[in-house]
Design a binder for this molecule. Sequence first.
Ligand code: IMP
Ligand code: MG
Length: 174
Amino acid sequence: MYKISEKPLITAQQIQLRVKELAAQISEEFEFDVFLSALTGAYMFTADLSRAIGNSNQEIAFIKASSYGNSTESCGKLMVSGLEKLDLRGKRVLLVDDILDTGNTMYSLVEMLRETGTAEIRTCVLLNKPARRLVDHNANYVGFEIANEFVVGYGLDYAEKYRTLPEIWTLHET
Ligand code: IMP
Ligand code: MG
């Protein structure tokens, strides 16, 4: 059984402030064509980040990447759908995900995107858990570094729950 923390780890206000900072930094450093968002976890972050960047020339596209079942441990193998329908040849892509944990998801997605002929790929994650990294991948843009704890809210789930909360919370085993 799992229980949610009593207080948020990161408040909605802290998130919104950091999203604005990231948006300003990305706008200044990276001219790109497409937001490519990894569902479902990145949906809220992508919505806020894309609004904060607010460039009407940019497209938005979604892929579904899943490696987690209904547990807090990754099962390792990444399943990706939706990529086959996109034409990213020659495009500069900002790949957005909720969290960089073992790094498998981002690493595999970047490899797959390279094969589709993208012009340039940069990665952006709201959260980074460096302690859990298994593959050599670091995101270009990171919202917050966090400790090795399982977190939910602001798009992140445990067994599909907690995604709609506007803050980030930690889950504790009871
Ligand atoms: P990675 O492939 O191990 O880096 O894991 C990335 C994916 O696992 C993320 O896109 C999340 O969907 C999920 N994940 C990793 N850590 C957490 C967590 O603390 N809470 C919720 N989901 C997580
Ligand atoms: Mg995810």
